[in-house]
Design a binder for this molecule. Structure first.
Ligand code: FMN
Length: 438
């Protein structure tokens, strides 16, 4: 696509939880309380579709954030992302409430079996008319491991090794039925052509899976693949497999470099960089005037508590931050032992300028659990659009994953004030094209 023809990919970053990415969101007076009902997710889906979002995407973690102080008590008391429901029922309900919106969910390659994941997403994709996407994650902490009968999480690079083979199995199964395999001819009595169905017979290091796969191909062939690895190993994995990649970039300069590096990795993997979209997570707080937007931002920022940050840092880095004092520097051994999202550790080292940052540095420079975790764009629709345009045309991204400061208000505001402004500038599509998410 020519530079001038590029348009943004827009994704809603959702949680089937008691709060959004922003843990304090549940304390916001405008937050809807019916997050354990299907109607809640259907309402959000309709808002996103009205705004022509390409995709609604759910993240996931298979445990509470209970690494901090080795206890769930404060996380539960303070509602720090502790309710986490399965995503497939939510996606199904959202699919029934919409016609074009893409619907994506996170499933782990470390704790699930490939045949199972292949079947769940192939079924969703068939039944949603080719709108399903799978966010491939390798999971990250010991709490998840404990819920699946293991003492600790598999080492970082081993998780990716398992994930590579997992993808071979899933994609192999997704190719088991040719597009024209189904005959369904009552006259001849032929249901499907067995010559057009094959068995995978996979025997690898991590998995054995025979087949034949039991779900025919969907309108888009197979679900869209999303990935969000940010380490060198993670980026190579994403460059090899993903159609859409999510990242966390601290600022525009980091994003510009990261974007270039990622596109180079895609080319090195023998794929076309223009076809793999990269979208950083962001927050947007918008209002009719700049001062309305700034007042909203101050109010939302005030909802956060220190426990939000400490619980979520411990969770994502797989390190108990309660074992250290606030101004204690991390030793080299401790930094090396961080086995969760290493990109957050690296960001803290880089932005603090310290080889041995403290707990306070981690809280400040990761922004975890706060609005500063992702780039925050505050202002009128036009002011926010200016900033998104600056990132998009740098180029530092192909679109955005919009995290919500509260639900569903953050999406309503974006759809009402920012999306029309982006459309006026030709940066965002006027309507859905094609029949499938792909
Ligand atoms: C926008 C975004 C969303 C993510 N969503 C999830 C998620 O839902 N579940 C999860 O376990 N990890 C999630 N991750 C983490 C990544 O999948 C990956 O596990 C993590 O970045 C560690 O891999 P790395 O060391 O290669 O970066 C997300 C990361 C980003 C940037």
């Amino acid at each position: 696509m020519k530079q001038a023809d590029r348009q943004m990919v827009m994704v809603g970053f959702l949680q089937a939880q008691n709060c959004s990415n922003y843990p304090a969101s549940w304390r916001h007076p405008g937050t809807a309380d019916d997050f354990m009902t299907l109607e809640y997710y259907q309402r959000i889906a309709r808002i996103l579709e009205e705004g022509k979002f390409h995709l609604a995407f759910f993240d996931d973690r298979l445990a509470m954030p209970d690494r901090y102080g080795d206890s769930f008590v404060e996380a539960v008391r303070n509602g720090v992302r502790v309710v986490k429901m399965d995503l497939v029922p939510a996606l199904t309900a959202m699919g029934l409430a919409t016609r074009r919106l893409g619907l994506g969910a996170t499933y782990s390659t470390t704790y699930y079996e490939p045949f199972h994941v292949a079947r769940v997403f192939a079924t969703l994709d068939l039944m949603l008319g080719g709108r399903a996407a799978w966010n491939v994650v390798t999971s990250l902490n010991n709490s998840e491991a404990a819920n699946f009968g293991q003492r600790e999480v598999l080492a970082h690079d081993l998780r990716y090794e398992r994930a590579e083979e997992f993808m071979e199995v899933v994609l192999g199964h997704w190719d088991a039925w040719r597009d024209d395999a189904l005959v369904m001819d009552r006259q001849s009595g032929v249901f499907a052509d067995p010559a057009k169905v094959s068995r995978l017979d996979h025997r690898g290091q991590w998995f054995r899976s025979r087949g034949p796969f039991t779900v025919p191909r969907s309108a888009q062939g197979r679900p869209v693949l999303i990935q969000a690895g940010q380490s060198g190993r993670g980026q190579n994995f994403a460059a090899r497999w993903a159609d859409l990649v999510f990242v966390i970039y601290a600022n525009l300069e980091v994003a510009r470099q990261g974007y270039r590096g990622f596109k180079d990795a895609v080319a090195a993997a023998g794929r076309n960089p223009a076809e793999i979209a990269l979208a950083p997570a962001i927050y947007v707080i918008t209002g009719e005037t700049q001062s309305i937007a700034e007042d909203k931002a101050a109010m939302i920022d005030n909802l956060a508590k220190p426990i939000d940050t400490l619980a979520l840092l411990s969770e994502v880095l797989n390190f108990d931050f309660a074992t250290k004092e606030l101004d204690d520097p991390f030793t080299a051994e401790e930094l090396a032992a961080i086995s969760g999202l290493q990109a957050i550790r690296d960001r803290v080292v880089q932005l603090s300028g310290k080889a041995n940052p403290t707990v306070r540095d981690f809280a400040t420079f990761s922004g975890r659990g706060r609005l500063r975790e992702f780039p925050l764009f505050v202002g009128t629709g036009a002011q926010v659009a200016d900033q998104l345009e600056e990132w998009f045309s740098a180029p530092a991204c192909d679109g955005f994953v919009l995290a919500a400061t509260h639900m569903p208000g953050a999406y309503e505001d974006f759809v009402r004030l920012v999306a029309p402004e982006l459309r006026r500038r030709g940066l965002f599509h006027n309507d859905y094209t094609g029949n499938t998410l792909r």
